[in-house]
Ligand binder design. Structure first.
Ligand SMILES: *Cc1c(COP(=O)(O)O)cnc(C)c1O
Length: 409
């Protein structure tokens, strides 16, 4: 008799986005004449840029001829892409990351989930609250938690509130933790962490032999000087941090799929006798056993992000989204809302007015302004009373949506 992994039974049945979909459908069915503007889901809307499409096509053409055809590539990714990443994303920042530290994959969602496999099941995981749900759900699947409480917290995970009071960068937890997920620029709050704030975390991780799992999926959206793009800009991070990056938001690859994980040689974890092991060979073993590489044309397309034209085009698309974010911020502030984020990230995190809950505000905005956002409480209990608007949208829609929200009573 086959038995199931009962940890899956602990998961809440993908509550947030299906519930949004249900409420939107109910409203649009009852009001078919209303034009509903969707600013809820964190997916890009602009197409791949010309330099990227050209490289993508060239990659496909090479696959069409015997002389240039390629079968399996290296599981870790082609050298041309790993070199381009090391040079442009790291060495250009003065950070000593080499091509050999980089593992190309088909997504950061998978990587941030899969990374847990190489660590013992006795590790205590710390996450921000609110949080990108993948870190929590994969921790539950791996059997490191108990059940979820009434308040929405899984027993066994250390939740670190990210609030207005701490500037959305959590305090070091009181209890022992081993693996710490940090995400900056942050989804969902759109806020960033300064070098000083990250230094505090790196020092803590070094002192306690923990590992920071740093998700930098939105680093390309940083517009202000001095905000770290990589955890490795912090001294000592090369000994205690793994970084996840993705072409999804940076270059519109959500449907094309390419990302990477960085593991420097200095990052170690321990066996039960306290003996240290470098983590990179473990991930290499996992990656080469369970993954067979990203398709060649996709890696060609990703490498084009670092070409001269690619960089220029990608920067223009990011500037388009960030102009949306600016318009959203300013309109919402003018309408009397307290607003966070949206300066170095494509998300604007809005405090509801008059003490409305996140879902009450969702219904009000849907029914009275015909705009869809994401209730903050869906990202964790500390998100209650907040609402996320995504800047991944068409400009005309952003302007219209903001006009409608300004007219809300
Ligand atoms: C979108 C996103 C990613 C990227 O995921 P992919 O699987 O690479 O598309 C990673 N982390 C966060 C927080 C995200 O919002």
């Amino acid at each position: 008799m086959a038995s199931i992994n009962e940890n899956y039974l602990k998961l809440q049945a993908g509550y947030l986005f299906p519930e949004i979909g249900r409420r939107v459908k109910e409203y649009t069915t009852a009001n078919p004449d209303k034009k509903v503007i969707r600013m809820g889901i964190g997916d890009v809307t602009q197409p791949l840029s010309p330099a990227i499409v050209k490289a993508f096509h060239e990659g496909v053409d090479e696959m069409a001829h015997a002389a240039t055809f390629r079968g399996y590539g290296p599981e870790q990714g082609y050298e041309f892409l790993r070199e381009a990443i090391a040079e442009n994303d790291y060495q250009a920042l003065g950070v000593n990351i080499q091509a050999g530290d980089i593992f190309i994959s088909d997504g950061s969602k998978c990587d941030t989930g899969n990374i847990q496999e190489i660590f013992g099941s006795d590790n205590i995981i710390a996450v921000g609250d609110p949080v990108y749900p993948v870190y929590v759900d994969t921790t539950v699947m791996s059997g490191k938690t108990g059940n979820i409480s009434k308040e929405g917290y899984f027993e066994g995970i250390v939740y670190m509130p990210c609030t207005e009071a701490n500037g959305f960068v959590p305090e070091i937890p009181q209890q022992k933790v081993d693996l710490i997920f940090l995400c900056y620029p942050n989804n969902p709050t759109g806020t960033v962490a300064s070098k000083e704030e990250l230094k505090k975390w790196v020092d803590y991780a070094l002192a306690k032999h923990c590992i920071i799992l740093y998700d930098a999926a939105y680093q390309a959206f940083i517009t202000e000087e001095g905000i770290p793009h990589s955890i490795y800009e912090i001294e000592g991070a090369e000994k205690c941090a793994i970084e996840f990056r993705s072409f999804s938001k940076t270059a519109g690859f959500t449907g094309t799929r390419c990302a990477f994980t960085v593991i420097p040689d200095g990052v170690h974890a321990y066996d039960k006798n306290g003996k240290a092991y470098p983590v990179k060979p473990l991930w290499n073993r996992r990656h080469t056993t369970k993954f067979n590489g990203v398709s060649y044309p996709v890696q060609k397309a990703a490498a084009a992000v670092y070409s001269e034209e690619g960089k220029k085009e990608v920067a223009e698309i990011i500037a388009y989204y960030m102009e949306n974010a600016r318009l959203m911020r300013e309109s919402l502030i003018a309408a009397g809302y307290t607003v966070f984020g949206g300066v170095n990230a494509p998300y604007v995190w809005v405090k509801t007015k008059n003490g409305l809950s996140s879902w009450e505000f969702f219904d009000k905005v849907l029914h009275e302004a015909n705009v869809v956002g994401t209730p903050g409480s869906g990202f964790g209990p500390s998100g209650e009373g907040y609402f996320r608007f995504s800047a991944f949208a068409d400009r005309a829609n952003v302007i219209e949506a903001m006009e409608r929200i300004q007219q809300l009573q």
